[in-house]
Design a protein around this ligand. Structure first.
Ligand code: DC
Length: 234
């Protein structure tokens, strides 16, 4: 496994991980892989089947039974990639507020994490991939060639997420205050769970994006990736 060409980008919701990861993958000619989409897909199916997200055993069974694919896409409706669950396109369905509200609880279950981690390692085994999530540098690929942790204040992240939902046609509208409250709640669950909590790896490069625009963040991260490559391949 050539993990030196894996770029791990972790950080809280709306810290810019997906946009930066996608742009970086394009620039490097790497695959873009957003692991949060997998936890969202499990949550969506749990809700669709009427399973109580508080009930760990059936939730874990769903996680272990699904085939989830996150792949690049030519559909031009604003998507960065397509998410398939057992071959059904759920790319937009996994962004619904009901999924937002329940995904942290679902992703805190150890059995769900174990099932997703196996799939994530398999999908990244060939290297040349930008992986985005919460625990990529700490748990999924601790030997990644570059580890980045993107951060920003919760107010700024809520503002970005709120703008995103306003812009999306057909999206379900929420007020800024609702988005902010939901984000605080999710941050709390993600960073205090027992298994693979959200935190930077000891050797991650931490970048605070609160005052930075995205092109700048992309340039900075690209610089680190190229720098790490030169160290590994002198
Ligand atoms: O990045 P996102 O908002 O799409 O992630 C959705 C949820 O999935 C997030 O609240 C925490 C969880 N997640 C995780 O636990 N581990 C990951 N590697 C990615 C996401």
């Amino acid at each position: 496994m050539n993990l030196s060409t894996v770029v791990a980008i972790d950080g809280p919701a709306a810290s810019g991980k997906s946009t930066v990861g996608q742009a970086l993958a394009e620039r490097l000619g790497y695959l873009f892989f957003d692991t949060g989409a997998m936890y969202r897909a499990v949550t969506l199916v749990v809700l669709e089947r009427g399973i109580d997200p508080a009930n760990e055993a059936p939730v874990r069974a769903v996680a272990e039974s699904l085939t989830i694919d996150v792949k690049s896409s030519n559909v031009s409706d604003g998507r960065l990639y397509t998410v398939l669950v057992d071959n059904t396109d759920v790319t937009w369905a996994i962004r619904a507020p009901a999924v937002d509200a329940n995904v942290s609880q679902v992703s805190a279950y150890p059995g769900v994490r174990a099932a997703m981690t196996v799939q994530q390692r398999r999908l990244s085994a060939k290297g040349r991939v930008v992986m985005v999530g919460r625990d990529i540098g700490t748990v999924v690929i601790p030997n990644a060639g570059t580890k980045i942790y993107l951060d920003a204040t919760v107010e700024e992240r809520a503002r970005r997420r709120w703008k995103e939902t306003q812009a999306r046609s057909g999206g379900m509208r929420q007020s800024y205050a609702e988005v902010l409250a939901a984000m605080r709640q999710r941050d709390h669950i993600d960073s205090t769970r027992e298994v693979a909590p959200l935190r930077p790896a000891a050797d991650a490069i931490v970048i605070d994006t609160t005052m930075m625009d995205l092109p700048t963040v992309i340039d900075v991260v690209y610089g680190y990736v190229v720098g790490a490559r030169e160290v590994q391949e002198p």
